[in-house]
Ligand binder design. Structure first.
Ligand SMILES: Cc1cc2nc3c(=O)[nH]c(=O)nc-3n(C[C@H](O)[C@H](O)[C@H](O)COP(=O)(O)OP(=O)(O)OC[C@H]3O[C@@H](n4cnc5c(N)ncnc54)[C@H](O)[C@@H]3O)c2cc1C
Length: 408
């Protein structure tokens, strides 16, 4: 008989505690400094690589954990440490998932190791889908990939924006339009290998939060790529485009495009990051409320404060359960019939934003200063209702999935 448990097994607890140690001892003491510097924290990522935490092997091990909880558990602990540093350590994962979801075995074997490098020579990767006029509306994408059959090369032109690690990555995964007639179904993903001429970093953004994470435009100016850089290969693309053209002609059912498949696979992972930030802020607030004395008693003695903490903790646990369910479903191959991945990201993102705001309130004036970490956590949390699909887009996905109505 199948056994049901909601406890992590011994191996998982060991990994969680190991990551927690790194988060507490390496990330937390460095968090405020890198937030102020607003630069990519190479020494922290290098230290994570040195102990094997930033490595393809580690992510592969967690990714293939049969319970599905390896990745969310790791994410929660890292982002409990710090979100900006956490994103610097995990940002490569989005590009890696892009290759895992769309690439051939040979492409996975060639490019994933080059995305991470090794402890002696750490590398990072970037996933570039968003454009200045194509954020939530992926179908408005303009970056064009044109096939030069004589040379078996693809030529890419366009501007990508908001790319995490964009321009400083060793490997860029770029989504581009191969057939403009097909909208989002006419897209394909490409590997841009290290040092490819024509790819450059545009503006680097100064941000409200997650400031240790590098976010920039990526300009593609006549970038020529060998045919083997098309993820999935030309035959598979031709078959997919032929099916999409047939569907467009006959009005058949829609299917996910490459970029959407990548986002869908990573939503519970992003939700787990938000849970980590929320938990960190809640812990600071709980501790503060027990020690801060006003009117002759700790402020937690007031129901007005204690009930807020009760709500915060309840929301965090509920968010984690949604994240774990979605991660388990993905690993078990269960269909997301109610958009459970989007649900988990929606609820966890909103929870992080709300809980960090409550934590700031509980810390009063101290919460508003950079003497305490909740101010940074609140700034960091704000991105979790925006990137990887805004909260509105998650609601749209859920509403369409549960109703089968093409709600706008
Ligand atoms: C720090 C950071 C890192 C990022 N990293 C990456 C990355 O690595 N790779 C990448 O490709 N992208 C990345 N992004 C882009 C991110 O995914 C987009 O910002 C996000 O998808 C929203 O797009 P947008 O900013 O253009 O907002 P818009 O799409 O312009 O939306 C504006 C507002 O309108 C709402 N809205 C839009 N359409 C609808 C609708 N149909 N119904 C209801 N409301 C709607 C939105 O919810 C939002 O509130 C990153 C962004 C940031 C800020």
């Amino acid at each position: 008989m199948a056994e049901f448990t909601m406890e992590l097994n011994e191996d998982q607890r060991g990994v969680r505690d190991w990551i927690h140690g790194f988060a507490a001892e390496v990330m937390r003491p460095a968090a405020a400094e890198w937030d102020e510097r607003e630069e990519f924290p190479w020494p922290v990522v290098q230290e994570a690589a040195r102990i094997g935490l930033y490595s393809l092997d580690f992510y592969a091990q967690q990714f293939f954990d049969p319970t599905g909880l390896g990745i969310p558990m790791a994410m929660e602990e890292l982002f409990w440490g710090d979100a900006g540093l956490g994103l610097a350590i995990t940002g490569t994962g989005l590009a890696a998932i892009g290759v895992l979801t769309n690439g051939t075995e040979e492409q996975i074997g060639t490019w994933l190791p080059q995305m991470y490098g090794d402890a002696a020579d750490v590398k990072i990767a970037a996933f570039c889908s968003s454009e200045p006029d194509a954020g939530s509306d992926v179908s408005a994408m303009r970056t064009r990939a044109v096939y030069d059959e004589a040379k078996d090369e693809w030529v890419l032109n366009g501007t990508k924006t908001w790319a995490t690690n964009g321009g400083i990555a060793n490997v860029h995964v770029v989504v581009a339009v191969v057939d403009p007639e097909l909208g989002a179904r006419g897209h394909a993903s490409f590997i841009v290998p290290p040092g490819t001429p024509g790819l450059s970093q545009g503006q680097k953004f100064k941000k409200h939060g997650i400031r240790a994470s590098h976010t920039a435009e990526v300009v593609l100016d006549g970038v020529r790529l060998p045919g083997h850089c098309l993820l999935g290969g030309k035959d598979k693309l031709d078959e997919r485009l032929a099916r999409a053209r047939e569907r467009a002609r006959t009005g058949g059912a829609r299917t996910q495009n490459a970029a959407m498949a990548t986002f869908e696979a990573s939503r519970p992972t992003v939700g787990a990051q938000a849970v980590g930030i929320a938990r960190a802020a809640y812990e600071v607030a709980l501790d503060y409320a027990q020690t801060r004395v006003q009117f002759g008693r700790p402020v937690i003695d007031n129901q007005g404060v204690a009930f807020q903490l009760a709500d915060m903790r309840t929301r965090i646990d509920a968010a984690r359960l949604l994240v774990w369910r979605a991660s388990w479903m993905a690993t078990a191959g269960k269909p997301f019939t109610s958009a459970e991945g989007s649900m988990s990201k929606l609820f966890a993102g909103e929870t992080a934003k709300a809980v960090t705001a409550q934590a700031m309130q509980i810390l009063g004036g101290n919460g508003y200063t950079r003497e305490y970490p909740v101010e940074r956590m609140h700034r960091d949390a704000a991105i979790y209702t925006i990137f990887e699909g805004t909260s509105e887009i998650q609601r749209l996905v859920i509403a369409r999935t549960i109703s089968d109505v093409p709600i706008r």
